[in-house]
Design a protein around this ligand. Structure first.
Ligand code: C5P
Length: 231
């Protein structure tokens, strides 16, 4: 899989999702399905979207004991998703178990990427809630290295971190980057943002774009603009 734009389907029902997808007449964007839609509609939403020809990043951020994550990943692999993720905080043992669970009998598997630290966690929460007494950029990079040495394919990170992740973990280690906004658009609740064109320059492999496409008056045109700037 090469560089691409992943559209975040942050909807709560299948009906809303499919009426959104109807805007793309013929085009099949790579889609991200998150917890809200998955928990509302169940695994069937993934099967239906795959049956329509989309690639799917299933963003469920697993984090549990290794054996439980291994078994859950085996179920997700059976859904034929293209990318899944977990929390690197679950330890290297959990990440290795996840890879085992994902690997199908023929040796194929979805790509597996890690969340390092959530962007909603700041330095204060890191120290006071999690008792991690290190600077956030060091923690993020340490977790990314743990993911790489456990055999994962990449991390979710800010486009601002993509170049450092590639330097530390290697050029083929994937950086999947949300926080994307057009130069002339509102930021919504995102704080550290980049345009698709700047994310390309920063070396992002995949950009994850939600509201700039889902809330656009013409979602297909907004998607085309992302592709044109990013690819
Ligand atoms: O609408 P917007 O483009 O901000 O959506 C970005 C998507 O990426 C959302 O699904 C959001 O949950 C997700 N995400 C994020 N920041 C992270 C991790 C995931 O914005 N650090």
């Amino acid at each position: 899989m090469g560089k691409d734009v992943i559209v975040a389907c942050d909807f709560s029902t299948a009906a809303e999702t499919f009426s959104f997808l109807d805007h793309f007449s013929g085009r099949k964007p790579f889609l991200k399905i998150g917890m809200e839609l998955f928990y509302a509609e169940g695994p069937d939403i993934v099967r239906k979207i795959k049956a329509r020809g989309h690639r799917v990043f299933l963003d469920l951020k697993l984090h549990d004991i290794p054996n439980t994550v291994k078994k859950a990943m085996s179920v997700l692999s059976g859904l034929d998703v293209d990318i899944v993720n977990l929390h690197a905080a679950g330890t290297c043992a959990m990440m290795r178990a996840a890879l085992e669970g994902l690997t199908r009998p023929d040796g194929s598997r979805p790509l597996l990427i890690a969340v390092t630290q959530l962007t909603s966690t700041d330095q204060i929460a890191l120290e006071e809630d999690l008792w991690i007494d290190r600077p956030m950029p060091d923690v993020v990079m340490h977790y990314a290295e743990n993911a790489a040495k456990s055999g994962l394919d990449g991390v979710v990170c800010s486009p601002l971190e993509a170049a450092t992740v590639h330097r530390v973990c290697g050029p083929s280690f994937l950086t999947v980057t949300p926080g994307i906004r057009f130069a002339d658009a509102v930021k919504d609740d995102q704080k550290r943002i980049m345009t698709p064109a700047d994310a390309k320059l920063a070396g992002s492999d995949y950009i994850v774009v939600g509201r700039p496409i889902t809330a656009a008056p013409d979602p297909a045109a907004a998607y085309a603009r992302c592709l044109q700037e990013f690819l």
